[in-house]
Design a protein around this ligand. Sequence first.
Ligand code: NAP
Length: 500
Amino acid sequence: MSNPLTAGMELGRKAPPVALVVFGASGDLTSRKLLPALAALSRRRQLTDAFAVVGVARSDMDDLAFRKLAAEAVPDADPEWEELVKGFRYVQGDYGHPDTFEALHAVLDEVDESRGTNGNRVFYLATVPEQFGVVAAALDKHGLARLAPGHFGRLVIEKPFGHDPQSAAALDATIHSAFDEDSIYRIDHYLGKETVQNVLALRFANAIFEPVWNRQYVDHIQVTVAESLGVGHRGGFYETAGALRDIVQNHVMQVLGITLMEPPATVDAQGIRDEKVKLLKAIEIMDEDQVVTSSVRGQYDAGWVEGEPVIGYRQEEGVAPDSTTDTYVAMRLAVDNWRWAGVPIFIRTGKRLPKRVTEVAMSFEKVPHLPFASALTRDLEANSLVVRIQPDEGVTVGFGAKVPGSEFRIRTVSMDFAYGAAFIEESPDAYERLLLDAMVGDPTLFIRSDEVEQSWKVVAPVLSAWEAGDVPVSRYEAGSWGPRQADRLIEAGGRRWRRP
Ligand SMILES: NC(=O)c1ccc[n+]([C@@H]2O[C@H](COP(=O)([O-])OP(=O)(O)OC[C@H]3O[C@@H](n4cnc5c(N)ncnc54)[C@H](OP(=O)(O)O)[C@@H]3O)[C@@H](O)[C@H]2O)c1
């Protein structure tokens, strides 16, 4: 198997002959992410002529209208994309109706003939989660899921994977009755981000970081996933989700997995996913009392973000005026293994925070003795290593340096690596990488069934204690860094949240 750190960048790495079937062809994700990602792959010559997209949705479109949609989704398209789009096909129909799949079957047979896609299919579920199981079962029923030897049929599934552990297990059972685990590609687009993959390079390609990546040197860890946006027009959807389900269950757990796992024996799909799942299993499952003391559930009120006045969550379109949905979560987690015992892991995520930023910050132990007058080290903080996942991708190391002058004053300074400055290559969008991997058949950056199950085990007790009303909803002003309760959570141990 190719090395996932370099795969996709390798010259000549190309998708094999394949038809990409997009369920949700008329949706937001398809226009905003999937079509631009395909155009970028085409620009990088990573698609062959034996490639086709077949869109499936209810909207009243024909092939021409879908091609127009595909062309318009990529404003700076080149002639090659325009040429490629000419082969795109559209099947109009409801996923609940067998005719849709009969028509799809016929179109796929035609495409195999006309484009040479050779009976290979990637089915991308870019549709509403209620339809994931419906589509998988229908593909199986219509003989589209399990293909003859020598051809592949893969299923790519968007988030969210289930609403709770029970629905996730039920969805897993449905898709497993149609596809083997090896053919199921569960997306967490965070894993497609260069900076998340760079954690592997940082840790396992350098001699200076991994030796201090443990309880002997790390005092605590902070993971921040902050958004400045509110729920926009997706209030109705958000009411059924909340930040814990939308961000913590998937993205935060995956980032923790990659950052805190043991070194894998091999950097490949099995090596990495085995280690991530071991790490997830070591995260302490909270009991009800721990949920009360170690979690904060917040919701934003009106305020100011980036200089603009914004309304509160309960005033957003599609949101109940007495909603208790979490738009902010902070938690203290513990990882019970040799490497991390006793190191608190603080996570926080929220909407309507002051800025959009995702980062993992390791804060190191203080030195055992500072041989300087204490007044001269007032501005010295503990050493830190921050992986900046977005926007401004890179790594920052914070350490103490002498302030120029006759006194021996010491202050924290930073050493910065910025992707934009160090490399001329642009980081591919996460969806480019993940789409190519699904077509090539490299599942390393996709989530395995046991990882989903374990992430739900961590989150489920928090959800049930919250739903039982054990933890009140704390209010925070839009544009602030979250509720006071979150500050108290971290300050109880003498630490404080970073201000990224
Ligand atoms: N949008 C994003 O930025 C984003 C980011 C990360 C993950 N995701 C995930 O991606 C998935 C799609 O999200 P989205 O925002 O693109 O949703 P969306 O804009 O609501 O699109 C849903 C698509 O599914 C189709 N659809 C729904 N029910 C159908 C049915 N019964 N039969 C046929 N077609 C049906 C719709 O077709 P018609 O409208 O033509 O009926 C539409 O094409 C979701 O799982 C979401 O969680 C989205």
